[in-house]
Design a protein around this ligand. Structure first.
Ligand SMILES: [Fe+2]
Length: 231
């Protein structure tokens, strides 16, 4: 069955537990790959390397969220269903360790060696991105239909709310900064409308000021204003 058939037959209109965060990760992977590609490693790149380390830390948290709140529930109803996923996550964690070493290598190299080590880091990161793009595609085309068959939308929403509820305020902002600019307008309006209704006013205002305003193109932010979604 093709990806298109999976998505139209099995999951149409169902709770999209992977879509928004995976769109955010794909956008941020691409942005980071572009920044690494055009960086001048003959000059210090402290800010870029710190941003990359922060991006990889969010990726590691995302794996843990899926394992704690999605894999455990799926395994309980379909024993063995998460074996491949968990193996891919372990592989990702090994990549994160290698990337941390590659970042350190650039930071501590002699200036003459930094361009070569920057190229090594660029290739290591983009190689990881290639693997993660395929991993996320499998989650959305193979695992999401399984989840939809085994769980109600209310249960899937409950898993997502449990993930959000486990985040510190600054983590909420960090993940919203990934997700908001990656979503289409209807998805963004849906997410923010739900948050505005349910979250404390200060927390919602922080999402608007610290995540939406700095990351959205002016016309997308203006659309939120027109919809009454800017606190
Ligand atoms: Fe995953």
């Amino acid at each position: 069955m093709s990806d298109t058939e999976f998505l139209t037959q099995a999951v149409a209109g169902r709770w999209d537990i992977y879509g928004p965060i995976h769109k955010g990760l794909r956008l941020a992977h691409g942005d980071m790959a572009a920044r690494l590609g055009r960086a001048d490693f003959t000059r210090g790149q402290d800010e870029l390397l710190a941003d990359l380390a922060g991006h990889l830390a969010l990726g590691a948290k995302h794996l843990a969220h899926e394992e704690t709140h999605i894999h455990a529930a799926l395994e309980a109803r379909a024993p063995g269903a998460t074996a491949d996923l968990n193996a891919q996550h372990d592989h990702h964690r090994a990549r994160f360790d290698s990337l941390a070493i590659a970042i350190c290598a650039v930071q501590h190299a002699a200036p003459a060696d930094q361009p070569m080590l920057g190229r090594v880091l660029y290739l290591a990161f983009t190689g990881f991105v290639a693997e993660d793009l395929e991993h996320m595609r499998q989650e959305e085309t193979i695992i999401w239909p399984q989840l939809c068959a085994l769980f109600t939308d209310q249960e899937l929403a409950g898993m997502e709310m449990a993930i959000i509820g486990s985040l510190a305020p600054e983590e909420v902002i960090a993940f919203m900064r990934l997700m908001l600019p990656a979503m289409n307008p209807a998805e963004r309006t849906g997410l923010l409308s739900g948050m505005k209704a349910d979250a404390p006013a200060e927390a919602y205002a922080a999402v608007i000021e610290l995540a939406a305003r700095p990351t959205l193109p002016a016309n997308d932010f203006a659309e939120l204003e027109r919809q009454g979604l800017v606190a």
